[in-house]
Design a protein around this ligand. Structure first.
Ligand SMILES: Nc1nc2c(ncn2[C@@H]2O[C@H](COP(=O)(O)OP(=O)(O)OP(=O)(O)O)[C@@H](O)[C@H]2O)c(=O)[nH]1
Ligand SMILES: [Mg+2]
Length: 789
């Protein structure tokens, strides 16, 4: 991480008002810890920049396209125009304090989304409204689900683009089963000139806020004016002064508001009764008390009964103020989650959600305060590794700049300096907290590595510095794993781009001398078909001169086709006797089940047949028999040997390799060549841009989706250029999309291949699609590659 590397232009756009911002803010009811998450290129960083501008944090806005945004500050981010690491930034808006985390959309940096999801109470999920729901939209949605992020708002961005569609994007939330009840809080006004709708002009000039019953109108310079809508039908019918009497949106305003209220009434008897008491006709719905409506909307959002949908164009600052207003009004505060009622006065409890290295500041530990308040004098115990930690400074981070603060109160996020042992996902508590029975906070799962590269030091003297740099790097990014195989140092990562960034960081930040060798994908072995032998469940060992027999009863089977492995178990599932998830190996050490978990993880990390890690294995731990007087510490070794016996007895299982879901976009004339190339490289083409997209897990979309019935989906012509595009599908000038699933091993150099076969016009996106079984021909190739035949 390169802090303090701010150019002159960058510094000039800062305003002084941000200082002292969060340290003075102690009311947790007003804090919103939120993440911006989405598929790559949906506009998260642009929306962040727009929020910073609108909240007067910046005086001029930067742009990802010129490499001048606040949160994409790493050189690699600015060069490529993509976000690589999550950046958090405190923003004051009205009475609220937002701790905003801008995350990367590229699946190779999924670890950043994983850790951000763990510590936020709400998320703004963006869609590019030309594309609707995309592969990684589902990926990040699943990550939010994994950590039970309780409140979410959807922002349909880029409505200014040709082909963008509000209605189609909203409908895609249903088709892709993101939420059964997306609820439009706004309608876009593509143009204030009704003729533009006939000409199918793309654009967005205004928004109708259906909750506050007003129209926002932007001018070409990005300034807006707000116009309240009338509550009388007669005034509405003639446009209320702001809309042309013939504007096509006019007849849709009352139905949209009515359906919004009706939908909310489904989750509140109180609101239902209030609506039933209204006078007949639409008038009552229009005149309904907006503050009361907002209260019901907040409750329904907190209970996840609806998914509020907003829209705009972040690049033009259209809709940004509404995003901020609704983030404050609807998303959860730290008080809306389970918390210690003592708040600030409770013993300190923190979760380290990210660790970074800075050459001036040293190790930086990003924490969220779950109870109490932390200051420099607080001595912390790391509950995960048992080490004592001392804090040298507390900081608030403004992307690349910092502000020192005296304390971090309950509910906030900030950075601690001086910690020596803490890693991502660790729980920290005040050393004065006596209640040791409390378990660690829920940990952060690291996505499985799918590709590895050998790291070759330039000389013998470079070996140690290279290894130290790799260790430091994997502390900052746990999705980089480092090991040594047959004398070679290997770095494992989440994809080709991830490894490319690792290479750059080793060179630029750690300045070590090395070369990267060939990249190769990671393989896994599945469970074989054999039954365990009679002595598999037991392990004998000499303890103080006598033989102790430990037995652990395990039931193993391969995962069923519809089961998804647990990332905390590297794609396996481990359950206890009651069928509940077993303690994970990284939980705080000490309990018998954690010791057993550590043994199981060790056995799963290398198969006795191929030395590959095991995947897709379902394990149930039924019973543990430890003779009395035997120390529990031997459980780890016993569990490892016993599971290894089972895997050995089952025989060698299928081999698996990582697959990716691809979306390739080419001109019509390159379509045939692109499809041929894909199939020659083992890809399965799912569709050619007409059928359902490929889900983030690489499976075809579930048939059906959620029903539209009972949800308000506005008419498609509301976004005229999108409507026109739908009607014109098949035009030879349009780009064609190919959705496919392919083995990652065949796709490592795909950017070069696609460039050659599409004359440079083709673009593609890849999302991890998990490990899948390989064919028998490929199995032989892999066994040869790893030296097992
Ligand atoms: N037309 C249009 N383009 C936009 C809008 N918002 C963002 N963009 C463009 O979309 C591209 C991607 O924007 P980013 O903000 O970098 O997207 P991101 O979601 O942060 O991307 P990653 O961090 O790499 O996942 C850039 O070229 C932006 O200028 C918008 O409202 N309208
Ligand atoms: Mg970004």
């Amino acid at each position: 991480m390169l802090l303090w590397r701010t150019g002159r232009r960058f510094t000039a756009k800062w305003q002084g008002c941000r200082r002292g911002l969060a340290s003075a803010h102690h009311n947790p009811a007003e804090i919103r810890n939120i993440a911006l998450v989405a598929h790559i290129d949906s506009g998260k960083t642009t929306l962040t920049e727009s929020i910073l501008l609108r909240s007067s944090y910046l005086s001029i806005s930067g742009s990802v396209d010129t490499g001048s945004t606040t949160t994409d500050f790493l050189p690699a981010e600015r060069e490529r125009g993509i976000t690589i690491q999550a950046a958090s930034i405190p923003v004051r808006w009205k009475d609220w304090l937002f701790n905003l985390i801008d995350t990367p959309g590229h699946a190779d940096f999924g670890m950043e989304v994983e850790s951000a999801s763990r510590v936020v109470d709400g998320a703004v999920v963006l869609l590019d409204s030309v594309e609707g729901v995309e592969a990684q939209t589902k990926g990040v949605w699943t990550q939010l689900d994994r950590y039970n992020v309780p409140t979410r708002i959807m922002f349909l961005n880029k409505l200014d683009r040709a082909g963008a569609s509000f209605g189609a994007s909203l409908a895609s939330l249903l088709t892709h089963r993101l939420h059964p009840h997306p609820l439009a809080l706004v309608l876009p006004i593509a143009s204030f000139d009704p003729q533009d709708y006939k000409r199918a002009e793309p654009g967005i000039q205004g928004l109708v806020d259906l909750v506050n019953w007003e129209v926002w109108r932007w001018d070409a310079d990005g300034h807006y004016a707000r116009h309240p809508l009338p509550t009388s039908a007669q005034d509405l019918a003639v446009g209320a002064g702001i809309l042309h009497p013939l504007h096509p949106i006019l007849p849709h305003l009352v139905p949209a508001r009515t359906q919004l209220l009706d939908r909310l009434a489904m989750s509140s008897d109180e609101l239902m009764d209030a609506l039933l008491d209204l006078p007949a006709g639409p008038q009552g719905y229009v005149a309904f008390n907006n503050a009361l409506l907002l209260r019901h909307l907040r409750q329904a959002t907190l209970r996840n009964q609806v998914l509020p949908v907003l829209c705009g164009a972040a690049m033009k600052n259209i809709g940004t103020d509404l995003v901020m207003n609704y983030v404050g009004a609807l998303l959860a505060s730290p008080l809306d989650l389970e918390h210690d009622p003592e708040q600030d006065k409770a013993p300190v409890r923190l979760l380290a959600w990210k660790v970074a290295w800075d050459k001036r500041l040293g190790w930086m530990t990003f924490v969220r305060v779950y109870s109490g308040k932390v200051n420099r004098k607080t001595t912390l115990i790391n509950r995960t590794c048992g080490q004592k930690e001392r804090i040298s400074k507390l900081l608030l981070l403004y992307a690349s700049q910092t502000e020192e603060v005296e304390e971090l109160p309950f509910g906030t996020v900030g950075v601690l300096l001086g910690l020596k042992h803490t890693r991502t996902g660790d729980t920290l508590e005040s050393s004065l907290a006596h209640n040791t029975s409390r378990t660690a906070l829920r940990e952060i799962a690291t996505p499985p590595a799918v590709v590895a590269v050998s790291v070759i030091p330039n000389s013998h003297a470079d070996l140690q510095p290279v290894q130290d740099a790799l260790q430091a790097l994997s502390r900052t990014d746990p999705s980089v794993r480092v090991d040594t195989q047959e004398g070679q140092v290997l770095a494992h990562g989440l994809g080709a781009l991830h490894l490319e960034i690792v290479e750059g960081r080793l060179r630029d930040e750690w300045k070590v001398g090395f070369k990267f060798g060939a990249r190769r994908v990671s393989y896994r072995e599945g469970l074989g078909p054999g039954a365990p032998s009679a002595d598999a469940p037991t392990w004998k060992m000499e303890v103080a001169g006598t033989t102790a027999t430990v037995s652990i009863t395990l039931v193993l089977r391969p995962l069923h086709a519809d089961e998804r492995g647990d990332p905390a178990w590297d794609g396996n599932i481990v359950l206890d006797a009651k069928g509940q998830p077993y303690d994970t190996p990284n939980s705080i050490a000490g309990t018998p089940s954690v010791l057993v978990a550590q043994g199981l993880a060790s056995a799963l990390s290398a198969s006795p047949h191929t030395a590959l890690a095991m995947s897709h294995v379902h394990i149930q731990v039924l019973k543990i028999d430890l003779p009395s007087g035997t120390p529990t510490s031997i459980l780890t070794g016993a569990a490892a040997v016993i599971l290894r016996n089972h895997i050995r007895d089952a025989g060698m299982g299928p081999l698996l390799e990582p697959f990716v879901a691809l979306k390739v976009s080419v001109n019509e004339d390159s379509l045939g060549r692109a499809v041929k190339d894909l199939t020659e490289h083992g890809a399965e083409v799912i569709d050619l841009g007409t059928g359902p997209a490929v889900g983030a897990d690489g499976t075809e979309e579930e048939v059906g989706g959620y029903p539209q019935e009972g949800n308000y989906v506005p008419p498609l012509w509301l976004s005229p250029s999108g409507y026109y595009r739908e009607a014109a599908t098949g035009s030879p000038r349009l780009k064609r999309a190919i959705n496919a699933v392919a083995p990652l091993s065949q796709m490592l150099d795909y950017s070069n291949r696609l460039r050659a076969l599409s004359g440079g016009h083709g673009v593609f996106e890849m999302a991890n699609a998990g490990f899948r079984e390989v064919s028998s021909a490929r199995r032989l190739e892999i066994l040869k590659e790893i030296g097992r035949v």
